[in-house]
Design a binder for this molecule. Structure first.
Ligand code: NAI
Length: 302
């Protein structure tokens, strides 16, 4: 690794080799962006088929980007595509690939125990300088990091879906994250072409902590019959300039995901009415109506 001086003269690890664990929606997106910005990326998942599908998805997305971005320079476009794809390798063995990695970004299932087990195992085999980061949406980074002995080299890197399109990364420092680690994560986000904001390790960080109670409030308004979901969506789009109304956004995020996050917060803060249960949301989730991905949520999709 190279340890360089940044413009602000703070030491940070220059991240070149990245291991991304979890080749689902988020992991594949992070891999795509990291590979297109010149990082050597290894994408890890539990089986080859998921990984092959992820790589195919990345290639398809990049082809579309190249077609647009290099419309008048097809040769340069082809070169960009080839280089980016050469930067991506796949593996089902996280333990062996982390040996040569500067940064591990975890984007596996949203389950504390599973995340702790993964990091606890990797901590024993990864080089000392390797930084660990989780893309969790709702769990505490401190809790995840507690299974390792590298609390100073552990932070949160919270991306947004779809990763290649959304420009924000929330960079989370726990009370043990070192300044060097934090600066390395900020610098990495910048290298990916993202804008970063920093946040303490508090539930939902910035975006989800503000977004989910807002969405739940909209659902409660609809439950009370104060307005139809269509009107509430139109109101927030035209009155606030939001690209999607709260019900459209819920269907996009996934009602199951929203419920999972809210349940976690309400268990930790049972007296906070902001996190209280919603009958409508519970019913839709119980019926398997999770939103766009299942064809129905608050709205129906073809
Ligand atoms: P996903 O379900 O699309 O992908 C998760 C992948 O992890 C699957 O391919 C699964 O096979 C793999 N996996 C599970 N356990 C593993 C293990 N032990 N080792 C290796 N691979 C394993 O999930 P998604 O949506 O990509 O979310 C991943 C993480 O990112 C979660 O923590 C989620 O909270 C967070 N997140 C999700 C966002 C979203 O909008 N979907 C936004 C920001 C963060």
């Amino acid at each position: 690794i190279c340890r360089g001086l940044s413009s602000s003269a703070v030491r940070h690890v220059v991240i070149k080799n990245v291991t991304i664990i979890g080749g689902g929606q988020m992991g594949a997106g992070i891999a795509q962006v990291a590979a297109s910005t010149g990082h050597a990326v290894t994408l890890v998942d539990t089986n080859e088929d998921i990984l092959k599908k992820a790589v195919k998805g990345i290639e398809g997305n990049l082809k579309r980007v190249v077609k647009k971005k290099f419309a008048d320079k097809p040769e340069a476009g082809e070169e960009f595509l080839q280089k980016a794809m050469q930067n991506v390798s796949i593996s089902t063995d996280a333990g062996s690939v982390v040996q040569g990695t500067d940064l591990v970004v975890e984007a596996i299932v949203e389950n504390l125990k599973v995340k702790q087990d993964l990091f606890g195992g990797l901590d024993k085999v990864a080089p000392a300088h390797t930084i660990f980061a989780s893309n969790t949406s709702s769990l505490s980074i401190t809790d995840i990091a507690s299974s390792t002995n590298r609390l100073d080299r552990f932070g949160g890197l919270h991306f947004f879906n779809p990763v290649p399109v959304m420009r924000l990364v929330e960079v989370i420092a726990t009370s043990s994250t070192s300044q060097e680690t934090f600066d390395s994560l900020l610098n990495f986000s910048k290298m990916l072409g993202k804008t970063s904001v920093s946040c303490k390790d508090t539930p939902g960080f910035i975006v989800n902590r503000l977004l989910l109670p807002y969405i739940l409030d909209a659902v409660r308004m609809y439950e009370r019959g104060d307005g139809s979901k269509e009107d509430i969506d139109i109101a927030m789009k035209l009155g606030c300039g939001y690209p999607m109304g709260p019900f459209e956004l819920s269907d996009y995020v996934g009602l199951d995901t929203m419920k999972f996050i809210m349940d976690g917060w309400s268990a930790a803060n049972p007296d906070n009415p902001m996190f209280a249960q919603s009958e409508v949301l519970n019913k839709l989730v119980a019926e398997g109506k999770f939103g766009k991905k299942t064809g129905e949520g608050f709205y129906k999709y073809n």
